[in-house]
Ligand binder design. Structure first.
Ligand code: AMP
Length: 192
């Protein structure tokens, strides 16, 4: 399995975020999954990579050239793919992934997450999108997305495009339990 992980370039306010990110990386590696992420050497990104590497896992970092120029990359990665810009990075992160996991993060994480959700809505991505809900971080976002349904900017089915899990141990079981997204998703992409 190739798992695309989106997460923060910062540690966050509470050490639990970093601990969780490390544990996720380790758990994915122990399950034999390849972690594909943004290649950063700081924050939760570094923690996910370090967790996976600590268990001998395969980690692929995909990073734009301008970030290499300011040395933002993780120094311990054997697999670092250098791309020209953020758009190519997002494309390469998602393409070929068997699932997406979003950890807490800022604008970068949210942008990546929303691209994946939007592509799923348009039947351009079909795999699970899991939000790791450490400290209930994603609960307000989940509620807000429910509001987009209530206000008829999305359909009821669309809230099934992603799901929240509270603990690292729930991530792989949730990925396995999530059915492939509807082949005919375009037929209900617009609001009815
Ligand atoms: P955020 O969730 O806002 O921290 O954004 C994560 C995204 O921003 C990722 O795509 C990162 O590669 C990028 N990013 C922003 N600042 C940094 C940094 N200092 N080091 C590495 N990546 C960064």
């Amino acid at each position: 399995m190739r798992i695309c992980v989106y997460c923060a370039s910062s540690d966050g306010a509470d050490p639990i975020y970093k601990e969780t990110a490390f544990r996720l990386g380790a758990t994915l590696a122990e399950a034999g999954a390849t972690v594909v992420y943004g290649g950063g050497g700081k924050g939760l990104m570094a923690a996910v990579a370090d967790g996976a590497l600590s268990k001998g896992g395969e980690v692929i970092g995909i990073i734009p050239r301008f970030m290499i120029e300011v040395e933002w990359q993780h120094p311990g990665l054997a697999n670092l793919e250098i791309v020209e810009d953020m758009r190519e990075r997002k494309h390469r992160l998602l393409t070929g992934s068997d699932a997406v996991i979003a950890l807490p993060g800022g604008s970068g994480t949210l942008e990546e997450l929303f691209e994946a959700i939007t592509l799923k809505r348009l039947a351009l991505y079909f795999n699970p999108i899991i939000l790791l809900n450490t400290k209930n971080f994603y609960a307000p976002l989940h509620r807000f997305m429910q509001q987009t349904v209530d206000e008829r900017f999305m359909n009821r089915e669309h809230v099934d495009m992603w799901s929240l899990v509270d603990d690292v141990d729930d991530v792989l079981p949730r990925i396995r339990a999530t059915p492939r997204w509807h082949e005919d998703a375009r037929s209900f992409a617009g609001v009815r």
